[in-house]
Design a protein around this ligand. Structure first.
Ligand SMILES: *Cc1c(COP(=O)(O)O)cnc(C)c1O
Length: 353
């Protein structure tokens, strides 16, 4: 028998979540599938989201894989190109590039071939990550407009607080003022802004996390938003131990039995992508029943509390997150976010669809 850990990817849930996005907006949808489709598998995700108007990712090679698989919609490189060598391939495969820094314009100016590239000019409207600062935007826009290799320009920005109480107003105001003089398409909204702020939708929305069935908000669950979990990470109990009062569990003994109890050893550890920082009491399901982890997560194994689950035994199924156990809950317990858990699942985990 192979090691029992697996990631089940629910393709119907992906389609459902794309429909949720469609119902929430009349803008075109640029499905964000960076980081191997948030850990779900690039081509697998693209196929289930084939009705999207575009795909956004980082790696040129991944973009080429999509083109060669037959996808004809816009493919946006979220960090644009990295070197001059990227430009001929971008032109050949008709990829759309984010332009976020002046060094990219310099490379573009040195690009000898007349190509027709679509570019998304990125504005840093508050988060000071990628993008031109507001007073550089008009001049940069003019440079791009005049550029022989540039076909179409879209103006974009990214929000720092769309998922929080602070919201998007400050950044939206800055962006709208910059965009007003120009007749160009606009793109601003990630999942949180798509779901909460219709006024930010512009011409293209860029949902990521919601497509994978997780809520971007701390105060609203995925279920409340109509989203279905796409990834279910599960494994099985491969051994049990009967503990007496005072017995210790795992590396560093961060758990000690307060009474006699039974625990299960699960074939899942941080080398599978389960977060090592998950403390005692992180939720898990055993045979569909809620319980909790105990002790420190090790490379290949973790412990679950079986004290209230007398029927659990070697072979019992353990859901680490997904169907029946929202990934956001596990992420919160482990001090991280669902995004990080999804992306962290490693190659040795068998994927099922
Ligand atoms: C990752 C990313 C998104 C998607 O964000 P979610 O919070 O996952 O919806 C949108 N836009 C940009 C520029 C991104 O990098």
């Amino acid at each position: 028998m192979p090691r029992p850990i697996q990631a089940f990817i629910d393709l119907n849930a992906l389609e459902n979540n794309l429909h949720v996005a469609r119902r929430a907006t009349s803008s075109r949808i640029m499905a964000v599938i960076k980081a191997n489709g948030y850990g779900h598998g690039l081509l697998r995700v693209a196929e289930a989201l084939a009705a999207a108007d575009g795909f956004a990712l980082l790696d040129i090679q991944d973009a080429i894989v999509l083109r060669e698989a037959g996808y004809r919609q816009a493919i946006l490189l979220l960090e644009g190109f990295f070197t001059a060598d990227d430009l001929p391939r971008i032109a050949e495969y008709d990829l759309t590039c984010v332009i976020h820094s002046s060094w990219q314009i310099d490379l573009l100016n040195a690009y000898p071939k007349r190509a027709s590239l679509d570019v998304w000019l990125k504005v840093s409207s508050g988060m000071n990550r990628l993008g031109f600062i507001p007073h550089q935007v008009t001049q940069t826009m003019e440079q791009l407009r005049r550029h022989a290799a540039v076909r179409d320009i879209t103006l974009m920005t990214h929000f720092a607080h769309a998922d929080e109480a602070r919201g998007i107003d400050e950044q939206l105001e800055i962006f709208d003022a910059l965009a007003a003089p120009h007749r160009v398409a606009r793109s601003l909204a990630n999942s949180a802004a798509l779901l909460r702020y219709p006024k930010s939708h512009g011409d293209w929305v860029r949902p990521g996390i919601m497509l994978y069935g997780a809520s971007p908000f701390a105060d609203t669950s995925a279920q409340q938003l109509g989203l279905k979990p796409v990834m279910t990470l599960s494994s099985r109990i491969i051994a049990t131990q009967d503990l007496r009062t005072g017995d210790e569990v795992g590396y560093g003994a961060i758990y000690r039995a307060e009474h006699s109890m039974r625990i299960g050893i699960v074939a899942c550890g941080y080398a599978d992508g389960y977060p090592r920082q998950a403390p005692n009491s992180t939720p898990a399901l055993v045979d569909g029943q809620r319980t909790q982890t105990l002790g420190r997560v090790s490379m290949d194994m973790l412990f679950v509390d079986l004290s209230k689950l007398p029927n659990a035994q070697v072979g019992s199924e353990v859901v680490l997150w997904g169907a029946g156990l929202p990934i956001e809950e596990v992420a919160r317990a482990a001090g991280t976010i669902s995004y990080e858990l999804m992306c962290a699942v490693t190659k040795r985990v068998t994927v099922k669809t």
